[in-house]
Design a protein around this ligand. Structure first.
Ligand code: UD1
Ligand code: UDP
Length: 374
């Protein structure tokens, strides 16, 4: 039997960890592979939450997070440190997922050593280099040289083909976020304690409709964040809703949200939830307000209306399916669309339908087969 292929999976933030643990589980269970994991730890607490629930033990932890880190310092350190790991391991493949600084740096470090790069969740494009920023360009950089592009949807594949990426290197695999969501749902079914920690909030907001909120996009820092905070404040004036807002650990988000929403009875500003508890929030909420990428994929799969607080999205499939609507970051528009969903049953029913444009939960196995050349 041929020697197993050595795969080095590199990631650094919460969403990458969520979307890569199904693949890491698949590689670990498959004798065709010798799987190694390197985390940049661009995120710390929010990454560790995922590693713990998914039982992933990294071989390398670069521990790169510093408080309020700048893009250039993070990029430079990630490139050098990931490069060192590649020199030590000399893997057959480097696997990266998505669009963060770790993804771009990890991919370039691979390219500098002529190690083929597999890009998971390839081909998402908004067409605007500043929205999302810097993620749109991170994706384009990796897309320009990856050897294997795992496009989650046909739309993503077409975007890559328009950029003259070789057709035989682009495969529609679905998005591993759906694998992750199925996995965590099964785990909660086996052990409900894993997601029981929202009990106090559920009691506090009993009889009200729960609105889940997340927000963290860099292009929204400043005016956009204040405007989102004002919208949430206005929505929370209603006594028939309870807002549950797990606040991202980026200080640019926390300072604004704490100042604007910290003292409101109808708003539970809480620490980032681990994945089982966030899945529980998705389950109990009436609707989501978010600027997150991953939440735009999970909410349609669960039939939860999601109002996307961005001007544009690189995930048009949720909007096309009718479960997601782009509302921008102006307070008035966010409030108007949210109240419409609260007061107009037909408008709500129109959006609250489960769709699976992002995958069928079997993406990790497809990606493993592609890596093996099967
Ligand atoms: C990062 C990614 C973004 C991704 C997002 C997902 C970049 C430039 N940004 O944004 O693409 O959508 O993650 O959440 O790649 N912090 C902590 N603990 C943590 C995580 C963050 O304290 O566990 C704080 C630190 O002060 C850190 C700051 O947040 O310096 C910013 O983290 P960073 O990874 O640079 O950017 P994010 O806004 O988290
Ligand atoms: N998420 C989580 N806990 C939270 C908020 C989000 O586990 O408190 C999960 C969510 O289910 C999704 C992912 O984190 O899978 C999204 O991460 P984030 O919004 O930070 O990044 P993005 O997807 O925008 O890159």
């Amino acid at each position: 039997m041929a020697a197993p292929l050595k795969i080095l999976t590199v990631f650094g933030t919460r969403p990458e960890a969520i979307k890569l643990f199904p693949l890491i589980h698949a590689l670990d269970a498959d004798p065709r592979f010798d799987s190694r994991v390197c985390i940049s730890a661009q995120h710390r607490e929010m990454l560790d939450q995922v590693l713990s629930i998914a039982d992933v033990a990294p071989d390398y932890d670069l521990d790169l997070m510093t408080p309020g880190q700048s893009l250039d310092a993070l990029t430079a350190r990630a490139l050098v440190e990931i490069g060192r790991v590649l020199d030590e391991e000399r893997p057959d493949w480097v696997v990266v997922q998505g669009d963060t600084t770790t993804v771009m740096a990890g991919a370039i470090a691979g390219y500098y050593r002529k190690i083929p790069v597999c890009h998971v969740e390839a081909g998402l494009r908004s067409g605007d280099i500043y929205q999302p920023w810097p993620e749109e360009v991170n994706r384009r950089v990796v897309g320009s040289f990856a050897a294997l592009h795992c496009a989650p949807t046909p739309t993503a594949r077409e975007a890559l083909l328009r950029e003259n990426v070789a057709a035989d290197s682009v495969h529609v695999t679905g998005n591993t976020v759906i694998d992750a969501l199925h996995w965590v749902t099964r785990r909660i079914e086996q052990d409900p304690q894993l997601a029981s920690g929202l009990g106090d909030i559920e009691k506090r907001f009993a009889g009200r409709r729960i609105i889940g909120v997340t927000s963290h996009r860099r292009e929204n820092f400043g005016d956009g964040m204040s405007s989102i905070a004002n919208a949430v404040k206005e929505i929370a004036l209603r006594d028939d809703v309870g807002v549950v807002f797990p606040v991202h650990l980026n200080p640019n988000v926390r300072s604004v949200m704490q100042a604007a929403l910290g003292d409101l009875d109808n708003v539970a500003l809480i620490e980032p939830l681990d994945y089982p508890h966030f899945a529980r929030l998705l389950d109990i909420c009436h609707l989501m307000l978010t600027d997150s990428g991953g939440v735009q994929e999970e909410a349609p799969a669960l039939g939860k209306p999601v109002l996307v607080m961005r001007e544009t999205t690189e995930r048009p499939e949720g909007v096309a399916a009718g479960t997601a609507r782009l509302v921008g970051t102006e307070s008035d528009a966010i409030v108007r669309e949210c109240l419409r969903l609260l007061d107009d049953e037909a408008a709500y029913a129109d959006m609250a339908r489960a769709h699976n444009p992002f995958g069928d939960g079997a993406s990790a196995g497809r990606i493993a087969d592609l890596l093996a050349g099967a």
